[in-house]
Design a protein around this ligand. Structure first.
Ligand code: MG
Length: 483
């Protein structure tokens, strides 16, 4: 793609004209600045949507969204599992910088004492300071505010919250059988997930068959109430994370079985959100971005998704663990029907959202996200040249251009130990998306360049206090005694 731009154009973008284009974006639709909606699926794989080639999951709304906007083939989450991925998306920083990653527990447990540190700046906080109304609807998983009120989404820039504080498999009841998460004959009595509105517990156990529908209703209501804008809506679905539950309307509908039912309900939900924008006359002034927090949970068997041609899934630094569907839509601003192969990631949504809002990108800390405006508005190549793949606190791999080097590999959830590679494994992802053919011996110069990128990056990393290890103690721990 870079070939179609002249050196002069690339230089102009590097000189900051991308910012000017972003400013123009703020005026589109006659209102200023634009609304931003991020829709985040949980554990949805790169290959799980019709527009990404899935043969039996029917996703007409997301396919239409891609046709009306831009579909990314090389879009990444910056974490291989839920908690680090969400921390990175909302802060624009690799999770190692906020302490929101861990090599043993990997995600925040229900009884975790830690959470997203107060000094981190989220998209919601930055946009709220610029006059945005903000809502988080769905899964949080950046700290359990029952354990510590400081971890409420409303302490991190969100005016309104409706959803579960963590994953929907984290409150199994004694009735849950072994491997209950994999079961396709799910029963409500196996799970006791708590549903909150702001800090108030409104339902426990939450009726998980209604969650996608209720999240959607909340999202549509928020859009209506804030149609005068600007607003930031973070709609973080609970599914298709296991255990899988679909509403009666979708259950048994998909040729892909229960997993397909669940994804098709999320597709329906996206259609409802886009229809709400149309109805409120907000199409021309709203950026909507759809993606997933990590790859498919392959060890869940039929209850897990698909990474398509990519290797491995959730929990790993192979492509299937972190490369995600990425669909952007903003009629009149994002060109329609474009498939881009530019390199981009969830952290870039932080910087892009702040720039579109005219908010100041924090300068007192390292921000890893770049402004995607040149890519989104069809003006030039991505400013992202390199992407680093972390598993927990350790950097396992790095990508630059089509090449990806692995210094460490390990199966996503197996009992195997990490394998260190010296020299690293090297794959050309353009030729070999499935990472099967090591070409390190043919490209020592590429290996050396990637190694230098990693050294430069690691020199900027000062690990923060680990937020995932500590659990609540004493009286507060009693409610977790059944865990
Ligand atoms: Mg996840």
């Amino acid at each position: 793609m870079k070939g179609i731009f002249t050196i002069l154009e690339a230089a102009l973008i590097a000189a900051g004209l991308a910012g000017a284009h972003a400013a123009q974006g703020r005026e589109a639709g006659g209102t200023n600045p634009p609304n931003v909606i991020i829709i985040l699926a949980d554990d949805l794989g790169w290959g799980d949507l019709g527009c990404y080639g899935h043969p039996s999951i029917h996703t007409p709304n997301l396919d239409r969204m891609a046709a009306q906007g831009m579909r990314f083939t090389d879009f990444y989450s910056a974490g291989e599992v839920c908690t680090p991925s969400r921390a990175a998306l909302l802060t624009g920083r690799y999770p190692i910088r906020s302490g929101m990653c861990d090599d043993k527990y990997r995600v925040l447990r229900a009884n975790a004492a830690g959470g997203l540190p107060a000094q981190e700046v989220t998209i919601a906080q930055a946009l709220k300071r610029s006059g945005y109304a903000t809502a988080c609807i769905g899964k949080w998983h950046l700290g359990n505010y029952v354990n510590d009120p400081a971890h409420s989404p409303r302490r991190h820039g969100f005016d309104y919250y409706f959803g579960l504080p963590h994953s929907n498999d984290m409150n199994p009841t004694p009735a849950a059988p072994r491997n209950a998460t994999q079961r396709l004959d799910q029963r409500a009595e196996w799970w006791a997930a708590p549903l909150f509105r702001n800090e108030q517990l409104i339902e426990e156990p939450a009726d998980q068959t209604t969650l996608t529908r209720r999240y959607t209703g909340e999202a549509v209501k928020f859009i209506h109430e804030h149609r005068g804008g600007p607003f930031f809506l973070y709609l973080a679905h609970t599914f298709p994370h296991v255990p899988l539950f679909a509403s009666d309307k979708f259950k048994g509908q998909s040729r892909r079985g229960l997993y397909g039912d669940v994804v098709e309900e999320i597709d329906w939900s996206t259609g409802e959100v886009l229809e709400a924008l149309r109805r409120e006359g907000l199409d021309g002034n709203t950026l909507v971005f759809f993606t997933s927090d990590n790859g498919p949970w392959l060890t869940q068997n039929e209850a897990g998704g698909s990474a398509g041609p990519l290797r491995e899934g959730k929990g790993s630094t192979w492509e299937g663990g972190m490369r995600e569907p990425g669909i952007a839509r903003w009629p009149g601003r994002v060109p329609a029907g474009v498939v881009t192969h530019e390199l981009a990631c969830t952290m870039d949504l932080f910087t892009t959202s702040l720039k579109l809002a005219g908010a100041k990108v924090p300068e007192d800390r390292i921000i890893d996200g770049v402004d995607l405006a040149p890519v989104l508005f069809g003006l030039g190549p991505s400013q992202r040249e390199v992407f680093f793949y972390y598993r927990g606190t350790r950097l396992y791999a790095a990508r630059k251009g089509p090449y990806k080097a692995h210094w460490i590999t390990r199966s996503a959830y197996g009992p195997d130990s990490p394998v260190v590679h010296d020299p690293p494994l090297l794959f050309n992802l353009g030729h070999d998306a499935g990472e099967r053919f090591d070409v390190a011996a043919l490209h020592p110069d590429v290996v050396a360049d990637l190694a230098a990128e990693v050294q430069r990056h690691l020199a900027t990393v000062k690990p923060a206090k680990n937020q995932l290890e500590e659990t609540v103690r004493g009286e507060a721990a009693r409610k977790y005694s059944r865990d």
